[in-house]
Design a protein around this ligand. Sequence first.
Ligand SMILES: [Zn+2]
Length: 397
Amino acid sequence: MKVISQNAHLDLKSPGTWIRLEPDRRFNPLCRQCGRPGIVHAQGMQRIIRDLDFGPAQTFLQVQYRRVWCEQCGKANVEQLSFADAGKRITHRLARYIYELSKLMTVRDVARHLDLDPKTVKAVDKYFLDKEFGRTDCEGLSIIAIDEIALRKGHMGYMTVVLNYLTGRVVWMGEGRNMETLDAFFKEMTDAQKQAIEAVAMDMWEPYINRVRHHCPQAKIVFDLFHLVKAYGEVIDVVRREEVRKAATKEDGAYVKGSRYVLLKNRENLKPDERVRLRELLQANERLNAVYVLKDQLKMIYHYRRRGWAKKALDQWCALAEEVDHRAMRRFIGRIRYFEYGILNHCDYAISTSPLEGVNNKIKVIKRKAYGFHDPHYFALKVKQALPGHKSTTEIG
Ligand SMILES: [Zn+2]
């Protein structure tokens, strides 16, 4: 291409810098499809292509291009340009700039900054992301964490995230949290890669358990403390609500009712006045007290690294919990017994889904950057970009 003129405000269709480019006739045009030289088939076509701004001025390339008759492809194609795709409206270097800006700014902000359509910005960002993160890389996976993330309220708003536990890299993301979701992930793995999975940290969630057992029967499933405590929070809630009803006629009711927060919060995080409130509350209510103390005891099971001791702690916990004599508690004990294998497996692999909290913490920012959740594939790519992981491996335990 030869630059014919580089005068500002030439062909004043839009203020800015206009650069007219004509084909260099000393060379044969190249076929866009295969890159081989061909012969000129048609000429005189023109396209306006936006380039990087020149200072404060928007820069437009007025490009004349040709169609090439290509022997190799057996048809006429648009000629290949080094600086832009003749079918696109922006140059390669502007596209690259958009991609870099999109790492830092929202799609809307980039669009506003460059005076482009947000759809164009998103399409460019997605194109580069797809090239960089679109392929699922399961090489070298041995310990993974699987969890769901809630994008919006309601059942449809879930995505499943698979994380390389040792590097923190988001390996895969897919819509939903059912068996089909995980099947889609395992489909990306070779048999050897599946056999290399040693341990999986997750919640006590049957669809995940089922598919991990099916695809990686050798892998140890580890249920993490975070989800166990969260599940136990429901027991606390049920007992608390019941105590509120019982005390409804007395003024105690209001007191217990406003106590949800101090009961569910971690004891270390309580402010001094909340500590006082908690103490008063537990003194006033025996059953609530028992349920609450058991919450701390539950964490003890995870302190032991020897399976025998952890098992003993778990048995002791269940014996104490039975004393509470409440259906919600009995149901929870049943759950613990049912999932005991995965709770005790933490002795072999002291792993948890907590690295996935990084994903949850970044979701709001990524959501803003990704222009909302309308395009789950784009969103997943943005998450992978935000959590590429580190090279060195984390110590387990
Ligand atoms: Zn060709």
